[in-house]
Design a protein around this ligand. Structure first.
Ligand code: ZN
Length: 603
């Protein structure tokens, strides 16, 4: 899954549609010698449309069933990319071929006999979403999952090439291998659709890190320059070697960081691939500490999820959801390693690392008790009770606790790093996904036989609060708890391109009593503009000393009309936990703490 930072940008969710022909039954006639062509000129950019052409050879008149993926791996939601297709046409030897659809994203084309068939369509490129396709007059981001159909029911192991027709002088960046002038190749469909493209005018430079070339492409041109660009490179040079050390190898030939900054985008989002990732950032994200953390997260995915992957996601399927109870490992533990890469690479110090862990504890504590396995499975339907992405912070903290327990049980001879590297070598390197049993048996082995079945059933499958007070001292750490009384409105909100929208109203809260409803657009609260990213802190500090029940104007927009509702100030008791070093830590606990922060295991 892509990471979502600060405010989340909601995307339209459409539920998977069952197939008219029955799941997995339809099979296309075989096709060979498959070539794709993408046409994107300035005229295309102005129309916000890209043209996709697919040419291949058929052996007879059997119908071809050509499908477009429903989702882009990493973005665990059904997006139905076929909805952005228009002017679909097929021809053979200069003659149009008859076609119809057999389900919402599958076209049935009837060839006239042996020979070459060409299929062509336009794709609407107006979605600023790293899983989709987005055009400006001088720029295109596209994902192969949007533009490259495959033959339904056939082996996806086919080699394919992509030729790009674009303006002379425009740049092209992709993780695909160059096979000729503006021609690229992939050895199978999974790789083909895992290597998004930037085409057009943008800034591009590269540097050698850990023995391979890393490229940094940024749109629009001039969006990351001078000291800001130097800082990005400095971060990448610190993060990548720290991550390489966990697995002991660099898995890519080149790596590309593809970054779009756009003022209309709220927050920031990254989507991982095997040798690149695509970031979409609101302007406010540039230069913040969020950025190195985002890069560290997305790059760690090159190992954890793009290669080492839960069995339910192996191989990827493009025609349906692939829920797994282990997404907390793919996402949460990736997020733990993003923090570790930052502290091990020297981007933050130990206190910075403790602060990131404390923030994650606060995020989890603010949400209903939710099992990591359940949250992993549920992400596909975007639960609306606030727990949609809880497997990021909670999974990260689970990784932290497991790391400490493995180090403690092995007297700091092994760690979570060994678990990750061992699974990478035993599952991914053997061409398979890993199961829950693989995970826990590898953890237990690293922990010199210590059983994790109780931990797993209570804290991973179950909803018990994490045993911080038992585990953290093993690494010379403890929680300092601060109790505060803070005003709380009782709403959850998401930002999209049209503003901040209320998604949940806690029953009995002051927002509920005032009549705030899910779907309302939040304009201001207590006089603070809700567009201000710091409004909730400002609100809390302004009203912290007002009496309970103080009237509070809440301005919302509902069905196009602004309304002022009256809420009453309500205080809740909040316990904030801060992770700190334990002054009374034993020598062993201090060794474990140092080992974890520095990425070493030594007695
Ligand atoms: Zn992620």
């Amino acid at each position: 899954m892509r990471t979502k930072l600060t405010l989340l940008v909601s995307t339209v969710l459409a539920l998977s549609t069952s197939r008219a022909t029955g799941q997995g039954v339809a099979t296309s006639a075989p096709i060979t010698d498959i070539r794709y062509e993408v046409t994107f000129t300035r005229a295309n950019g102005e129309r916000r449309q890209v043209t996709s052409t697919m040419t291949f050879t058929v052996g007879g008149t059997e119908p071809l069933l050509l499908s477009i993926p429903k989702w882009t791996p990493g973005a665990y939601e059904i997006d139905n990319f076929a909805r952005d297709v228009s002017t679909f046409a097929a021809e053979q030897a200069g003659t149009s071929l008859a076609w119809d659809k057999i389900d919402p994203d599958t076209w049935r084309v009837r060839p006239r006999g042996v020979g070459e068939v060409t299929v062509r369509f336009d794709y609407l490129a107006d979605s600023l979403d790293n899983a989709n396709t987005w055009a400006r007059p001088d720029f295109l981001l596209f994902n192969g999952t949007n533009l490259f159909p495959y033959a339904e029911g056939r082996d996806l192991g086919f080699p394919a090439s992509v030729t790009v027709n674009t303006e002379a002088g425009w740049k092209i960046v992709t993780g695909m291998a160059l096979a000729g002038p503006r021609r690229y190749s992939a050895s199978n469909y999974h790789d083909l659709v895992d290597m998004p493209f930037f085409i057009g005018q943008f800034d591009l430079d590269s540097a050698q890190i850990s023995g391979t070339w890393v490229r940094f492409a940024t749109y629009p041109a001039g969006s990351v320059t001078g000291g800001a660009r130097v800082a990005v490179w400095e971060a990448l040079k610190r993060i990548i070697p720290a991550e390489v050390k966990v697995f002991g190898e660099v898995p890519w030939n080149t790596y590309s960081v593809l970054q779009i900054t756009d003022p209309t985008y709220g927050g920031g989002s990254g989507l991982e691939h095997q040798n690149s990732h695509v970031d979409v950032l609101g302007s406010g994200m540039l230069g913040t500490p969020v950025l190195p953390s985002l890069y560290a997260h997305e790059i760690f995915h090159a190992w954890n999820v793009k290669r080492l992957r839960p069995a339910e996601l192996w191989p990827y399927r493009y025609d349906q959801e692939q829920p797994t109870p282990l997404l907390w490992i793919s996402e949460g533990i990736t997020d733990y390693y993003a923090d570790l890469a930052e502290v091990r690479g020297g981007i933050v110090d130990a206190n910075g690392f403790y602060l990131m862990a404390s923030d994650k504890m606060s995020q989890v504590n603010a949400l209903p008790p939710t099992s990591l396995e359940d949250a992993s499975l549920s992400t596909w339907i975007h639960p609306r009770d606030g727990t949609e992405y809880i497997y990021y912070p909670k999974g990260s903290l689970a990784g932290f606790l497991i790391d400490i327990m493995v180090r403690d049980a092995s007297d700091n001879h092994s760690s979570l790093d060994d678990v990750m590297r061992t699974l990478y070598n035993t599952a991914y390197k053997n061409g398979r996904g890993f199961t829950s049993d693989d995970w826990w048996s590898t953890v237990t082995k690293a922990a010199r036989g210590k059983s994790f079945s109780d931990f797993s059933s209570r804290y991973i499958d179950g909803r018990d609060p994490f045993p911080y007070d038992q585990v953290l001292p093993l690494a010379g750490l403890r929680l300092a708890r601060d109790t505060t009384h803070v005003p709380q409105l009782g709403i959850a909100s998401l930002q999209d391109s049209s503003g901040l929208h209320v998604t949940e109203v806690i029953p009995g809260s002051s927002a509920a009593s005032a009549g705030v409803q899910p779907g309302d657009q939040l304009i201001s609260v207590g006089g603070f503009n809700a567009d201000d990213p710091n409004w909730s802190e400002k609100f809390r500090s302004r009203y912290a000393r007002q009496p309970e029940g103080t009237e509070l104007p809440v301005v919302i927009r509902r069905n196009g009309a602004e309304q002022t509702l009256t809420a009453h100030l309500h205080f809740v008791t909040r316990v904030d936990a801060r992770l700190i070093e334990d002054a009374r830590a034993s020598a062993k606990a201090r060794r474990i703490r140092e080992g974890l922060l520095r990425g070493v295991t030594q007695p």
